[in-house]
Each structure stands twice: as structure tokens, then as C-alpha cells.
Design a protein around this ligand. Structure first.
Ligand code: ZN
Ligand code: ZN
Length: 365
């Protein structure tokens, strides 16, 4: 049975907001227009609205379609109904005595142009809210763990159907159905079932191709709970030609993943986690077959901060949640990716995903 998750109590939102307000000057306002960030800070799950946060006050604005929903989901905010966003912003900025407005990185150029007409100084807010979202609190962890549980339980239900003759699409559809039955209202991304030569493409989608003897089969999927996502990958092998080579590749990826997981600890630069996996793959002679970063944050979005790649500049902090997903993709032969989710604890990585990581062999019948 899916666990029902309660919305976060007010105190969780207050904590998030306090950290943001601390960053603001006395006559500065933060305009939050990313709906993911609006949800993170207010609990509102609708698709239109904004937040204006300042030392002098805070307002949540949405339009009449969401009046009832906002009343239920949002508390502790001054709720404003907007007809014209610029008029509402002008009124609120005056009320809060703002001279400067900080805007989010993904603001469209057209909207930025209209903001300019407000006559306030405009400054980028950089990724202030996204940076807060990197570290998960206990309530977020409950949702993420449930999203993992739903994903894993759905996969186990579908496992018997992963066999020769089944098409990639039919497996993906069964998995999607199972995820919904487990309680995931949202499917975080198009499920990848990539078999045989298709598995050599890291971002392949499910096709009509049917599984055949000797196939490596990459399955990359995730679940959802309380708006939070999970993301994981397992690679299976259908008994058949070139099995030795494919087992060898699997072994290298697994060793690289173990190394990367054991490299996770508070204070370590994110790029070192990537390096530790990459070194193993390079030394085994497959360096040019591992083209993507080793991991990414997961939360209200499937891909969020922190990025765990060779280019990452940040350090790992306690309570961050991210994937570790090295892979080797050999055109013509096939690919292997193993993806798990970890949470950073004081003494290293805690694994959130629990399905066995050894190579699962499927007999061809
Ligand atoms: Zn994935
Ligand atoms: Zn991923």
C-alpha cells in the first residue's frame, strides 16, 4: 500500500524562508517565479503564481483559478489574487518599500523586459533557492525514500516480463503502469528500456525492438511521492553471444560505482567523486566510452543541484541527495549503466536504493 505523505508543517517552510531572508538587503525583494521553487517555499502545487519575499513582508500571488487550492495548501502567507502580474508586483513592491528586485536565473527575457519597466534596480538572485534545495530535510527524505520504494517495488513486479521476445516499449509500459499502481502520480521521465545495440546510447528511449539472446538491457526509471522523485538504473544480460565481454564491462562499471560511492563524504569536492569512478573506467581502457558526469542531485526535480561531474566546482555537504551512475557504452556491442541514489551522512554515503547491484542474468526462452 502506498504510504500517504502529509504536507510539510509550517515550521519546515519557515526554516527554508529564514535562510533566504538572511541573504536579502533591507530594501531588497526576492521574486520567485519557478513553480518548483514556489512549491518548495510555500507548499503550493498549482502551475501559476509567484512569491515576493522581503524583510518587510512576504506575499504569495496566484490567479482566480487557484483561489481554492491556495487556500488549502498555503498558510502563513499574505495571499494575493493577481489579474495583471506587473500591477500586482508594483503594488507589493511599494508596500514592502523595495528599491531592488532579485530575479531567478530562468526568468524569460520578455518577462525581464517587463520587470525593467517597474523602475526598480534588478539584480540576479543566482540559484539561491536551488542551492537551499540541495540539502534535504527529514520530511523531504521521507518523500524521497517512498519514491524509491515505489520505484523498486514496481520494478520487481515487472522483472518476470523482461525476457527474450518482449519489446522495449511493452516493458516500459508495464513499468509505468506498476509505478502508478504503487502510488506514483507522476512519472518523473520517459522510462528508458534500451536493449542490444540500443543500450549503447545513454539516453535511448524505449522502441519496438524485441529482446534477443546476448542483449544487455539498460532499464532507467524512477518513482514519485509527495512531489519528490527517485531515479535509478539496472542493467540485465540475456544469456547469449559475447557474454564474457559483457560481463567484464559490467564488472568494471560496478567497481567504478563502488569506488565513487566510497568517495562520498562531507567536504570532498564533487568532482573527486566523478574522478574516482572515471579512473577505474579509464584504467580498464574504456575511458572514451564514459561520456557523461557520474551523478546529479534528485529532489523536486529529477535533475537538480548538485552536479557530480569533472566540471563541478562545489563540495559535498551533509544531507545532499544525488545519484551515482557510471556507465560504459560500446557502439555495436551494448552499454552498461548502474545508477543508485545516496544521501550524504556525517560518515559518508547512505544508500537509498536497495535493489541488488550484481549482474542479473536472464535466460533466453
Ligand atoms: Zn536515471
Ligand atoms: Zn540519473
Amino acid at each position: 500500500m502506498p504510504v500517504s505523505l502529509k504536507p510539510a508543517p509550517l515550521s519546515f517552510y519557515e526554516k527554508r524562508l529564514r535562510s533566504l531572508i538572511r541573504l536579502l538587503g533591507p530594501s531588497e525583494g526576492l521574486l520567485v517565479t519557478s513553480m518548483t521553487n514556489v512549491r518548495y517555499l510555500s507548499g503550493f502545487t498549482g502551475s501559476s503564481g509567484f512569491l515576493l519575499i522581503a524583510k518587510a513582508g512576504m506575499a504569495f500571488a496566484t490567479d482566480f483559478r487557484y483561489k481554492e487550492q491556495a487556500g488549502k495548501e498555503v498558510s502563513g502567507w499574505d495571499i494575493v489574487m493577481e489579474k495583471n502580474r506587473m500591477d500586482t508586483l508594483k503594488r507589493l513592491s511599494r508596500r514592502f518599500g523595495l528599491k531592488c528586485l532579485r530575479f531567478e536565473p530562468a526568468v524569460p527575457y520578455e518577462f525581464w523586459g517587463r520587470l525593467k519597466a517597474l523602475g526598480l534596480e534588478l539584480r540576479p538572485a543566482r540559484a539561491a533557492v536551488e542551492r537551499l534545495r540541495e540539502k534535504k530535510d527529514s520530511l523531504e527524505m521521507d518523500s524521497i525514500k517512498e519514491a524509491v520504494r515505489r520505484a523498486e517495488s514496481a520494478f520487481l513486479d515487472v522483472l518476470p516480463y523482461i525476457r527474450t521476445g518482449a519489446s522495449e516499449i511493452s516493458i516500459a509500459l508495464r513499468l509505468e503502469e506498476a509505478l502508478k499502481k504503487k502510488g506514483s502520480n507522476l512519472i518523473p521521465f520517459g522510462i528508458i528500456v534500451a536493449s542490444g545495440p540500443n543500450s549503447a546510447m545513454p539516453h535511448a528511449r524505449a522502441t519496438e525492438r524485441r529482446l534477443a539472446p546476448g542483449d544487455l538491457v539498460v532499464v532507467d526509471w524512477g518513482g514519485e511521492a509527495g512531489g519528490y522523485f527517485s531515479d535509478m538504473t539496472r542493467t540485465l544480460l540475456v544469456k547469449g553471444p559475447m557474454a564474457g565481454k559483457k560481463r567484464e564491462i559490467y564488472g568494471i562499471v560496478l567497481e567504478a560505482q563502488r569506488k565513487a560511492i566510497s568517495a562520498v563524504s562531507c567536504g570532498v569536492p564533487a568532482r573527486e567523486i566523478d574522478n574516482s569512478a572515471r579512473d577505474i573506467i579509464k584504467r580498464a581502457g574504456y575511458g572514451s566510452f564514459f561520456g557523461h558526469g557520474v551523478g546529479h542531485g534528485v529532489g523536486l526535480e529529477v535533475h537538480e543541484r548538485p552536479g557530480i561531474s569533472g566540471k563541478a566546482r562545489g563540495r559535498i555537504e551533509e544531507a545532499m541527495v544525488f545519484t551515482i551512475e557510471p556507465g560504459i557504452y560500446v557502439p555495436g556491442l551494448g552499454g552498461v549503466r548502474i545508477e543508485d541514489m545516496v544521501v550524504v551522512r556525517k560518515k559518508g554515503a547512505g544508500l537509498l536504493t536497495t535493489l541488488p547491484r550484481g549482474l542479473k542474468i536472464v535466460s533466453p526462452k
